[in-house]
Design a protein around this ligand. Sequence first.
Ligand SMILES: *Cc1c(COP(=O)(O)O)cnc(C)c1O
Length: 360
Amino acid sequence: MSRVYNFSAGPAVLPEEVLKEAAAEMLDYRGTGMSVMEMSHRSKAFEEIITAAEQDLRDLMQIPDNYKVLFLQGGASQQFAMIPMNLMKNKTADYIITGQWAKKAAKEAEKYGKVNRIASSEDRTFSYIPDCSDLPVSEDADYVYICENNTIYGTKFKTLPDTKGKTLVADVSSCFLSEPVDVSKYGLIYGGVQKNIGPAGVVIVIIREDLITEDVLPGTPTMLTYKTHADAKSLYNTPPAYGIYICGKVFKWIKSLGGLEAMKERNEKKAKVLYDFLDQSRLFKGTVEKKDRSLMNVPFVTGDADLDAKFVKEAKAAGLENLKGHRTVGGMRASIYNAMPYEGVVALVEFMKKFEEENL
Ligand SMILES: *Cc1c(COP(=O)(O)O)cnc(C)c1O
């Protein structure tokens, strides 16, 4: 068996310890004589799995008691619709456009009400986060929406926007559990887990209780109403049980390493190795404004598309996989999520140094 360093943006690398544990429990989960894939979601064993997963997430993020944690399906993209369906009481919302995911979310919300794009960084290919200290927040906005870490462009909000008292809604798919977070500043936080937490198929929604109501837009399906899942503790119907089980193991892994403070330290240390190299390289350059750089997704280019392609190909041959940039951006992107070891980033930088010497 040989594992590569997998720099995929998602689905992405998972901690080896977690995969080994899951493998060991595959045929017989703790004396039940079956795999977690095969057991009833109403069984005692699964009830323990989902209860522990929620509690560990609450501990890690210090989620206040007046927030619910929901384990849902449909990916982050389904939330683009579910959020307006549930929260657009005045049929108005403000969106900050910092990349493709925020753009898509805004476009979907337009099906349900008025969308104001109150800030954008599209003028410079989303290479920075716009100044959000004094936004023209709409008086009747039901919420202000951000994509906190922009997976494709490699930018991250280092300070949250001043929403002038409006509810903040954030897509944290690609920075979930990468650093400490003050949940009380948000009305709703959500993310697909396949970037930084677990296997594809689970989306986690952390939502303040007063936002969970029966007063949703007319025609909202039962399955797309937060209250349905909040009332049933994410067991209204069959949840993505195996995915939740793996997420639970990742929560325990993060706890064992010291929680989100420790994650932040690890992630800063990893990202620094790569950014420091990019800042002095004569061949490669980062594409994002320094102050807005993501710790999770690091895009870079040589400036020559053929050379970029050669780099991606040779890196793969050297065991450094999935470094091709997003199809809308080109170049390269290294996603260095929680589970990417420090050694993986060092190996990448060593390879980049060698490639630079050979190709300059
Ligand atoms: C990947 C991603 C999405 C889309 O996730 P799906 O689960 O595929 O719908 C949305 N937002 C962000 C920030 C992402 O990185």
